[in-house]
Design a protein around this ligand. Structure first.
Ligand code: GLU
Length: 424
């Protein structure tokens, strides 16, 4: 049997090829000569398996997609607090290259977020600078590590943008004027432009993203690259600010933390599930790839990826008919689905009906698919409360879904493999 995913991706591209519209970016002269027919899509699973279709070997400059990864790098190097002092996290609702600075409560001026150019240039300036090497080189090495291959600068794109980077230079000077940049703005802007000129394919992008999907651990090597906190921060700003001034539309229609770039790439990350990348060079008026948006929308719909779709929580974690008195003194609660706050609260509410006596209450967890930390703590707390009412408590937990089952009062419930093991 073959997995249907590659066929699905190929079908997506086939069905989308008809969608035209949009224009090639021309404010970087070299981008105007891109081949508008190129179309590619790639997907990474949580465990780092890559699927792709279309022009998946075609290289293009990463442009603004780089902003998300450089932000992650800098937070990891300096700590979130130091980065937050320089760049905020408020959506700007303006074009990406707006000279936009925000006055915070403390009357401190700083770029609104790291996904617009003023924020991204500031973030770039925070990269610790190795002697005799530009910051862009540090970024290139970091991106290469994530991609699992040596990435290169596109010199033509770099020079083409550098020679016309008047707007980014004026942003740089303005940032320097407010002391947000602490050294030569020309050098920083040039190095930032070079960061944007790193060449990638859609496969590189999903490889890079796998670290965000997998909570900071690169699945290919098992190495932790980013902390949980960094990943959460990056995904947060991608959600609110990743799609330029179309972020609201994107969140409503696609609902995946994302970042796009003016060369025509878009990445989308659903933590714990998938990473997606698309490429098609023609852009809409906000600077987002027209066919890229179309494909992302389709994938979000087909795969049920919208962030606010909610975890398919088993609302029926506990049905009345799943509470059974299997022996005179033994009551079994058969739980199913996921055990998070909502379900644990329901369970504990139901347990309020248990009279004070010396029954044994058994929680059968063999049909639970996931327990998060809150669910675990609430279950263990419930066990202490049941014991305070005189009950004994045991678990059926063949998969050890509750590791280290020990309550705050140091009680360790007996754990059985199945119902048969429960003594009279
Ligand atoms: N290098 C481009 C710039 O800074 C990137 C813009 C983008 O992809 O949004 O103007």
């Amino acid at each position: 049997m073959n997995t249907p995913v590659p066929d699905y991706l190929a079908d997506l591209l086939r069905n989308c090829k008809a969608a035209h519209g949009g224009e090639l970016a021309d404010y970087i002269p070299e981008l105007a000569s891109a081949d508008p027919t190129k179309l590619a899509v790639a997907l990474t699973t949580l465990d780092g398996v890559i699927y792709s279709a279309g022009d998946d070997e075609h290289e293009f400059s990463i442009q603004s997609i780089s902003k998300a990864f450089t932000y992650a790098y800098v937070i990891e190097e300096l700590g979130l607090q130091r980065v937050m002092r320089k760049v905020g996290v408020e959506p700007s609702g303006e074009a990406f290259n707006e000279i936009s600075l925000d006055k915070t409560d403390e009357q401190q001026i700083k770029p609104k977020n790291p996904m617009i150019n003023s924020g991204a240039i500031t973030v770039h300036s925070l990269i610790p600078k190795a002697e005799k090497s530009c910051r862009a080189e540090t970024v290139r090495l970091f991106f290469s590590k994530l991609a699992g291959r040596e990435l290169a600068f596109d010199q033509e794109i770099f020079h083409s943008e550098k020679e016309t980077a008047f707007r980014n230079l004026s942003i740089g000077y303005s940032l320097r004027n407010f002391n947000i940049l602490e050294s030569d703005p020309v050098e920083i802007v040039e190095s930032y432009v070079k960061q944007c000129a790193i060449n990638v394919t859609v496969k590189d992008l999903v490889n890079m993203m796998s670290v965000l999907v997998n909570d900071g651990i690169l699945p290919r090597t098992g190495e932790r690259i980013l902390s949980h906190k960094t990943v959460r921060q990056v995904l947060t700003v991608m959600t609110t600010c990743g799609m330029y001034n179309a972020a609201g539309d994107w969140l409503a229609n696609v609902g995946i933390p994302a970042k796009s770039g003016v060369s025509g790439g878009i990445i989308g990350v659903l933590p714990g599930q998938v990473g997606l990348a698309v490429f098609s060079p023609k852009l809409d008026r906000y600077g987002n790839s027209v066919r890229g948006i179309d494909i992302m929308q389709q994938m979000s719909r087909d795969m049920g990826l919208h962030l606010l779709e909610g975890v398919p929580s088993s609302r029926v974690i506990i049905n009345d008919h799943d509470v059974k008195q299997i022996k005179p003194e033994v009551i079994v609660y058969k739980l199913q689905g996921v055990l998070q706050f909502t379900e644990a609260e329901r369970l504990l509410r139901k347990l309020q009906d248990e009279k004070q006596c010396n029954h044994t209450i058994v929680f059968d967890l063999s049909h639970i698919s996931l327990v998060n930390d809150v669910g675990r703590r609430m279950l263990l707390d419930g066990i202490d409360r049941l014991r305070a009412d005189g009950h004994d408590v045991a678990l059926i937990d063949p998969e050890h879904i509750i590791p280290d089952a020990k309550t705050d009062r140091d009680f360790e419930p007996k754990i059985y493999e199945d119902l048969e093991q429960i003594p009279d």
